[in-house]
Design a protein around this ligand. Structure first.
Ligand SMILES: Cc1cc2nc3c(=O)[nH]c(=O)nc-3n(C[C@H](O)[C@H](O)[C@H](O)COP(=O)(O)OP(=O)(O)OC[C@H]3O[C@@H](n4cnc5c(N)ncnc54)[C@H](O)[C@@H]3O)c2cc1C
Length: 304
């Protein structure tokens, strides 16, 4: 029951983020302010021409698409866990789904808060004006990180049950690792953003974080749990990045066939943005988890 509720709240976050994105795009096309830096317009133009506004919109879009893909993959695993004829496959899918639930609840809701905040930022001062509706998304997103277990409670589940106790990342992901998605591997790897550098660095960061957390969870629990939320974000971003890499490969194949060209081009651009602006933060999260654990608890309680 808790898994269903947590999954549902994660999907609420994705829906809210999508709406905040669409709202921000509409405003950015309409609001006129300043001349574009590239001189593409003779006078002031719509703010969507400004590179930083496009950065904000791409961040909103990439986060939303990554989390949506993650939720769909988890939902498919849930179906297979209940309906697949092979008991071993059902078990593997159940383990994978259970590993994914705290990621979907924790990442998608924190992501929706960031996306809604960027939506207000795209609106500038108008973001504070209730009639625009931008602030409503931000207010609504905040509760998603709290109810059905705060982000820290999702992270505790990920660290305590799904990593330290079950060895979750390896057991849950292994059936999928041994069966790479159609189109992955071999020469196609070269088509991943940056020749696959961001996915490879992200994966290594995740491996380091798992080793540290699994090792410290008994010997130094404060250190393990100090990095619990960054670990959830690292794992979630890596898993979402994996789905974006799959989407990239599929979209390139469809584009080559001339199918839904504009949609495929947009998907490819968004996948590259995900690798260059979101997945590439994984090594920094790893450093916070592994090297920064002591700094979290260094300040004495009475010094706060
Ligand atoms: C609008 C709204 C609707 C709600 N609807 C429902 C509902 O329909 N049904 C229902 O049962 N509940 C509902 N709730 C309750 C909600 O599920 C809880 O508020 C939520 O789970 C957080 O618990 P808490 O309020 O006791 O916060 P606390 O547990 O006191 O948490 C306070 C802070 O401490 C942190 N914290 C607490 N324990 C730990 C820990 N072990 N490790 C790390 N950090 C920790 C939390 O992450 C948080 O940052 C609702 C709450 C709100 C605000």
């Amino acid at each position: 029951m808790m898994n269903a509720a947590r999954f549902g709240v994660g999907v609420q976050g994705i829906a809210l983020a999508e709406r905040a994105y669409q709202h921000a795009v509409a405003y950015a096309r309409d609001r006129v302010q300043s001349r574009p830096v590239d001189g593409s317009l003779p006078a002031a133009g719509a703010i969507i021409h400004h590179p930083d506004v496009r950065r904000m919109l791409m961040t909103m879009r990439a986060h939303t698409e990554g989390c949506r893909a993650l939720a769909l993959v988890a939902a498919a695993a849930f179906d297979a866990a209940h309906a697949h004829p092979d008991a071993e496959v059902r078990k593997q899918n159940q383990a994978f789904y259970e590993f994914m639930v705290p990621l979907i609840k924790g990442l998608s809701t924190e992501m929706s808060l960031d996306v809604a905040s960027l939506g207000v930022q795209v609106h500038g001062g108008m973001g504070y004006i209730e009639e625009t509706g931008a602030a409503q998304y931000l207010r609504d997103a905040k509760i998603l990180t709290i109810y059905e277990g705060t982000t820290a409670i999702q992270a505790n589940d990920l660290v305590g049950r799904k990593t330290a106790r079950d060895g979750g990342p390896w057991r849950a992901a292994s059936p999928r690792r041994s069966r790479p998605p159609k189109g992955a591997g071999g020469p196609r790897q070269r088509r991943l953003p940056g020749d696959g550098a961001a996915p490879a660095a992200g994966r290594q960061a995740f491996v380091d974080a798992v080793d540290f957390i699994a090792g410290a969870s008994r010997s130094n629990p404060n250190a393990a749990y100090a990095g619990s939320v960054p670990y959830l974000m690292l794992a979630g971003n890596l898993m979402a990045g994996w789905q974006m890499a799959r989407a990239l490969i599929a979209a390139e194949d469809r584009l080559a066939e001339g199918v839904e060209v504009a949609f495929m081009q947009a998907k490819i651009a968004t996948c590259h943005f995900y690798a260059d602006h979101i997945l590439n933060k994984a090594p920094g999260l790893r450093d916070s988890i592994v090297d920064g654990a002591d700094a979290v608890t260094a300040l004495a309680l009475e010094s706060f």
